[in-house]
Design a protein around this ligand. Structure first.
Ligand SMILES: N[C@@H](CCC(=O)N[C@@H](CS)C(=O)NCC(=O)O)C(=O)O
Length: 210
């Protein structure tokens, strides 16, 4: 059985939501980052970045949540990572790359200041950081909002792993005070994703919800 090492944070959240959505069984190993669980020699040998998630499937050790999601889809035979229509695969790839290259940096400061700091008792949000982050967030929110005009999903006209990647920080937009009030297509798309039970509650049974 696949093993997935996770912490309660947005990158592992994508993978946990995916396995729940697809009904894929995996051994879920929760790491406590506050207790140094990402910095043990054992974990470092799996993931030299000392980040979560990490997937172990037989001899395969894989990190980067987008790659992990693609691997899970291939194993489960899910077209949330298209493998038959390669034009579709390129479309999903474009949004996965845009996410890591631009969107994470655009919404990340809001997620960190409001959500991560609260989760790990790291003090109040830094207003200066947030004021500086607003312009970049709006710049890329405009791109995504325009793309989502008339669309319910980021790529291929259906749910793909691109949605889970793009929405894992943005899902917190209200509590994180992301400046999305003028971007109704983004908030409509996020509301739509929340109708999926596995997206709404991605955490394993019995684990404290974020
Ligand atoms: N691009 C990576 C991001 C991994 C990452 O940054 N994980 C964060 C949680 S969202 C983490 O492990 N943070 C703990 C730390 O840096 O100590 C992915 O998608 O897997």
């Amino acid at each position: 059985m696949m093993k997935i090492y996770w912490i309660q944070a947005q990158a592992p959240l994508r993978v946990l939501a995916l396995i729940k959505h697809l009904g894929v069984e995996a051994e879920l190993i929760r790491i406590d980052p506050v207790a140094g669980g990402l910095h043990t020699p054992e974990y470092k040998s799996l993931n030299p970045n000392r980040k979560a998630p990490t997937l172990v499937d037989g001899d395969l050790v894989l990190w980067e949540s987008a790659a992990i999601m693609a691997h899970i889809c291939i194993k489960a035979g899910s077209d949330m990572w298209p493998t038959e229509n390669l034009a579709e695969q390129v479309e999903v790839l474009r949004w996965l790359i845009w996410n890591e290259g631009h969107w994470v940096g655009a919404v990340g400061p809001f997620y960190v200041e409001h959500i991560v700091k609260k989760m790990f008792s790291m003090g109040p949000p830094d207003a200066d950081v947030l004021a500086k982050a607003a312009k970049n967030c709006v710049k890329y929110a405009k791109v995504l909002d325009a793309h989502l005009e008339g669309r319910d999903f980021a790529a291929c006209g259906r749910l793909t792993i691109a949605d889970f990647a793009l929405a894992s920080m943005a899902r917190y937009w209200q509590e994180a005070e992301m400046p999305f009030d003028d971007f109704p297509n983004i908030t409509r798309w996020l509301d739509g994703l929340n109708t999926l039970p596995a997206w709404k509650n991605p955490w394993p049974e019995g684990e404290k919800a974020a």
